[in-house]
Design a protein around this ligand. Sequence first.
Ligand code: UDX
Length: 433
Amino acid sequence: MKISVIGCGYLGAVHAACMAELGHDVIGVDVDQEKVDLLSAGRAPFHEPDFEDLLERGVSSGRLSFTTDFAQVADCRVHFIGVGTPQKADAHGADMRYVESAVQSLLPHLADRAVVVGKSTVPVGTADSLEPSVTEAGGVLVWNPEFLRESFAVKDTLQPDRLVYGLSKNPESAEYGLAMVDEVYADIIAAGTPRLLMDFPTAELVKVSANSFLAMKISFINAMAEICDATGADVTKLAEAIGLDDRIGRKFLRAGIGFGGGCLPKDTLAFQARTEELGLESLNFLTDVNAINERRRQRVVDLVVAELGEDLTGMRIAVLGAAFKPNTDDTRESPALDIAERLDRLGADIIITDPAAGPVIAARDPEAPIAADAHEAIEGANITLLLTEWDEFKSLDPTTLAPARKIIIDGRNAIDSTVWKNAGWTYYGMGRS
Ligand code: UDX
């Protein structure tokens, strides 16, 4: 089938390449000419395992192309909207201008009975408000939220846990939209992926509530880490023990410096803002989730100050990790960079290393204090912070490092404290000692 994907950021570009892999003819549309040129050459604008292979394969087979021109998608039967919904500059709610402009740019080119499929994460109520203009342009709207995780984006798109379709209240539109989206995902459905049908607001809420639940799980275990720090208990043992109850589950119970990235922070804030707009101010549990998350970052700063004093002038601090999690170069809302900035404001001499995000930061700003690897960053450091749990940091041999002082703060509870203590290091974990 001939389909388009509007918006070629993380979500859209991966979705486009995966749809081409499923055998569809795909056109990706983006307003950024530089990004379109890069993608057209089969080159990934970001670090994502397996993505570039798919991209190259799609482009060289002729099934995948990219453009800035909406007129090129006029003969597509299905259009996915995968543009970003960042946080508003002056408020917690989602900035909907990219969704609105994508839809407005698309509608004049919509073929009769083409299906517009929303994938962006949006405030509940968005699809209901967009549907009349899509219908008036002769199209049908479906809401199909995306659950992909960065660094597993290809796998999560081609082998998702579930497919969620939000369908129109109009039975004829719902039936037609369902059939068309089923045709796009035929191989994924044939592989046995559960497919859940619901109305627009429920589909929109599935996405934001899933992200809020994940954020809540992380903040819950981080709250336990605070209690463990106060009592001398060990949060990693606690997480293992409660996680074996399969009603709780072991995943997303890694205590540390908290969540970051392009989704969880903004989606929890936007969800909170939306519940307030709906007059549900008393539902404020997400405020606590975010407050706990924020405190984790300050905890690392407080530990550094407790060791080195409040004036960090001239203190070299090695920061291992800049990405918001390992196996990505994405630094959006990165807890690691936020902590580095807080310490920089206290006068510290920060030196950062990250295998994927490091070169990106250095290319953007040649003056940025980026070291080639952990050995170089740690050399002469007064304190070392492990803030993104890349394998190469987890496997460091502490006896081969040459810091000025052997102090490590393990912001991700990622290393074996006994090994480091035996090598003469002072070790601080998050909710464990
Ligand atoms: C998330 C959701 O997982 C995904 O379903 C949604 O579509 C987009 O948002 P992503 O942003 O790629 O995906 O990151 P994720 O793997 O969820 O991690 C988010 C943050 O939480 C990272 O900063 C990670 O380090 C942190 N985290 C995760 C923890 O601190 N502890 C954990 O136990 C798990």
